[in-house]
Design a protein around this ligand. Structure first.
Ligand code: 5GP
Ligand code: ZN
Length: 114
């Protein structure tokens, strides 16, 4: 996707503070952190949102959760807890149309979210 900012981050055309990278996924610090730990985990493949997932993406999504677990361990969040959020669509607050998982931690969170 030519204009997608997260595809540009994957290609290194926009700089990011990388936290984790492998063949399938990239994780980097959110530019506007909403918590002491706020990283984004994205597939390198351009998928717009949850609505666009297909069966063939199952392995990517499963892998993202395993990567999230690894990052949570690395950033020492396992004991205290952390939250993983994917916004889908405008009303839910999705602003970047490339599916991403927010990994948030380092402070308490309220439920239900606002
Ligand atoms: P959404 O609102 O779509 O769920 O989340 C998009 C997130 O991407 C926001 O938290 C926003 O701060 C972050 N973001 C937007 N542009 C950039 C960028 O260029 N670099 C980084 N690191 N994060 C970004
Ligand atoms: Zn993209």
């Amino acid at each position: 996707m030519e204009e997608c900012i997260f595809c540009k981050i994957v290609k290194g055309e926009i700089p990011s503070e990388k936290v984790y990278e492998d063949d399938m996924v990239l994780s980097f610090k959110d530019i506007e952190p909403a918590a002491p730990v706020h990283v984004l985990i994205i597939p390198k493949k351009h998928i717009e949102s949850i609505n666009d997932l297909t069966e063939e993406d199952s392995n990517i999504i499963a892998h993202i959760y395993l990567v999230a677990k690894q990052i949570a361990e690395k950033l020492d969040l396992v004991e205290t807890g952390y939250r993983i959020v994917t916004n889908c669509g405008e009303e839910a607050g999705q602003t970047v149309p490339h599916i991403h998982f927010h990994l948030l931690g380092g402070r308490p969170f309220k439920w239900p979210p606002g």
